[in-house]
Structure formats: C-alpha cells, structure tokens
Ligand binder design. Sequence first.
Ligand code: NAD
Length: 380
Amino acid sequence: MASDPHRDPSFSASSRRSFVRTLAAAGLGALAAPSLANWARAAEDASAKSPQRKIGIALLGLGGYAGGQLAPALQQTKLCRLAAVVTGTPSKGEKWQRRYDLPASAVYSYETFDRIADNKDVDVVYVVTPNALHRDFVIRAAKAGKHVICEKPMATTVEDCDAMIAACKDAKRQLAIGYRLHFEPYNIEAARLGTSKAMGPVKTIKSEHSFVGSGGTWRFNKRLAGGGPLMDVGIYSLQAACYVTGEEPVGITAKEWPKTDPERFAEVEETISWTMEFPSGARAECRTSYNEEANYLHVDAADGWFELSPAFSYRGVGGKTSRGAMNFPRVTQQALQMDGFARTLLHGEPNIVPGEMGRRDVRLLLSIYEAARTGKRVAV
Ligand code: NAD
C-alpha cells in the first residue's frame, strides 16, 4: 500500500517525487497531476526557502470536526501549525491548551476573540461552528486582519455569503471554504475524467450522501443549520456534479420525501432528491437523507463510466472505471487542504476553494429547496 506522506516523517523530497510519479502512473493526467505535483514541489520549496515560517491557524469552535479531524490533520501539515483556539467553553480551552502545548494567551473565548488581532502568531482563523454562525465569526476574523477558512456550507443565506466575501475583500484577506475533497486524489481524478472527456462527454451523474442521524443536535435545528441533510452532506453530491462536469447547473427540480419520523425531523427535511441540468446536456440525479446510509458517485460518460465508493469519506475513498481500478495513495485530506491554503498565502498560488464557490453552492442549495417547495423547475 502507498505510504501517506503526512503520516510518514521520512517522506523526503525523493519520496515526494515518487508519490507524484505513482499518481501519474495510476492515471492522473492534465488536471490532477499538475496540482498534486505542485503540492509536492511547493512543500519542498517552502521548507527550503523558509524553514521556520509556518502559517499559524486558530481553530474556532472546538466540536467534533475541529477536535476529531482538523487538529490531528494540523499535526500532519508541512506548512501550518495550531497557533490558537477560540471556544465558548473555558474547560475545553484548558484541555486544548494542555494537549497542544499552547500559551494561555492563545486561548480565546467568543467574547475576547476580537483581541486575536494583536496575536501575530495567528495568520488564519478556521471557523468550525454551526452553519448559521459562520457569518459573524468570518466577518470578525477578517476585521481582526486574519485570513479565513470557513467550513461548509459557507452560510445559510446568500446575503450572509455576500457579507462574508465583502468583509474579507475590504480587509484584503483571503477566504477559503473547507472543501477537503478538492485535495483528495480520487475526487481529483473523477474531476479530471469528467472535464477532460477522457471517456467522452459526461451524460449522467448519480450520487447520494446520507447517514442516519440520531437527532437532538443543531443539525436538526433549522435556524442554526439552515436545513437538514442537504445543507450538511447533500452539498458533497452537488459539489461533485459541478467538478465532474466543470459546469454550473442551469435548471433544478427537486422532491422532498414524506417524513417517516416527523418528531425528529420537525424542522428540517428527512430525505430530499434533486436533479440538476448542466449546459452540456449532462444531468445529475442526487439524493440525501438523515435516515439512510449511502456515500457514492457514479458517472456515465459516452464511452465508459467511473465511480467512487465511498466517495466523500475522510478516509478510504475508493474508485474504479469501466477500464479498471483506480489506485491512489492514501492522504489526509484536511492536511493537504490546509497546506494548499498556506501555499496561497505564502506563495500566491490560486485559492481553489474560494468564498465565491461557497456562495455559488449556497445559492444552489437554496434553489433545490425552492424547487422542492414549489414543485417547479427552478432556472439558476
Ligand atoms: P459540532 O456540533 O461537533 O461542533 C460545533 C461547535 O460549535 C461546538 O464546539 C459548539 O460548542 C460550538 N458552538 C458555538 N455556538 C454554538 C451554538 N449556538 N450551538 C451549538 N454549537 C455551538 O459540529 P461539527 O460537526 O464540528 O460541525 C461544525 C461545522 O463544521 C459545520 O459547519 C459543519 O457543516 C462543518 N463540518 C464539516 C466537515 C467536513 O468534512 N468539511 C465535517 C463535519 C462538520
């Protein structure tokens, strides 16, 4: 099995080059190979040019994703380090301070957060709170002079997205969305196969991302989440359809399915399916639920097919095509994602998951809800 460059401290320049060769040999072409090759080269360049300079990241909202995925991934980055935390719970702050050896001055509450402006160790604030709270924290971070990574979905309204983009622009700070799969080799390959028409033009995409949620958390609260599974995990199928076609949909139809548990799903949808029509004629048929288990992407093109299963997980993404198996190295997506943003800040590389992409997706998510509510095709 291929080694994980972020787990292996001996992952040297030469092994990085062979990692890139492995990807190329495994079929990564025009779109993916350069971006992963750039990643490897840039990591080498960065450590050669400025061995001490790492991007300091403050995690804001120390819940499941920040604690379970982002903090461990930060330890595997080449170009970033955990520089501060922001939490509403003092005991969590103390725990994180001890665990990650942070100075007491690097632990902020939501009330003292604005003082982060004076902390030169912090370059980036990474907002990992419930969706509806992203807006205010992103704006406060930008006003404090920090670059921002904001978790998906970017917000619960397009107006919020506009305000967040404007605040970062005014402060001359970069804004990225936590779209980790843009840094994951199998998804990059699916995007390459689709956009390069390696198997002919894409005809139909089928995708579902669903899980059984036990209820009672902010994810089931319309005000905090903005909606149900669509806002949370359905967004991955929407994203995949866009990066596989390289297009944005022009028309959406949707249907919300009857609730089998009206109490648990009092405020948000239980299951919703939708169809997106793309300018090329491709169609994406997607579904998401908090009461089913599914995680796949299947693409039929004119001369073959390709699929990822599971498609959207943190680990163990797998894939095959009508021409054979895909075989890519295992990576820590969030480490590559944060190093990618660090390269944007350190070397001026393009920010490939900008706020504008987050805004596009929020607009599409809300169009799906509108199509389901009205029963009519929504032109977007
Ligand atoms: P979580 O419930 O585990 O954590 C949320 C954190 O926000 C907690 O620390 C909580 O204390 C804090 N918080 C602050 N104000 C709150 C309030 N009013 N109500 C509830 N919590 C509040 O959630 P999570 O799974 O960590 O998700 C956080 C964000 O990260 C969401 O936007 C989610 O969509 C996103 N996320 C992204 C991924 C990914 O793969 N990119 C995965 C999981 C979650």
